[in-house]
Write a protein that binds this ligand. Sequence first.
Ligand code: HEC
Length: 172
Amino acid sequence: MNKISQRVILLLGVLGFVGEASAKLEPSQVMGQGLYEQEGGNSCLFCHGIAGEGGNVKEAAKLDQPKTWKTYKALGGDAAFNKDPKAFLEKMKKGVEDLIRVGAIRHNASYKEAGFDWSKISPFNAQMMGLGGAASVTWMKKYQKRGVNAEIAAGSLWLHLAKLDKQGVLTK
Ligand code: HEC
């Protein structure tokens, strides 16, 4: 193979890679809302309610009030949040998205990121199944065929949670 055809092949490879990267699905609030609001057993909506409160499970966190969440407390609450909202939210997003992806039981056992003071909270209630609920599993199966993975789904739910937030925490 001569040098020119090698370069052409390299260029085509780069273009193909760029094309693939730009076609990659990004998390979106609309996707998050669609997933959150699935009808049926153990969707987010089922346990948490449409506006984040008043669902079927009384122990469920109030999703319109992020300051009441365990993750917020474990990260040091208002003092830590006010000191450096950006760094705080980065950790909070990562922790909450993990909880949503793997559910309370696995999150309790495996999430060991720095910055969390677990002595400030009790372990997450096992009823918090996150994406493990039947309605969410069905949704995931359908959208996996279109390129959605658990990370994109959790990122989309985070954006929807920011919309439900009445305390202006997640949008800061
Ligand atoms: C079967 C019921 C159930 C389902 C389904 C469920 N949750 Fe939960 N969720 C809970 C309960 C109960 C808690 C409270 C956990 C605790 O405080 O220990 C909770 C807590 C949370 C929290 C607060 C986390 C924190 O740091 O305190 C978020 C955010 C959340 N759920 C989001 C979701 C999303 C998004 C979905 C859908 C993918 C979902 N939940 C599905 C029951 C459920």
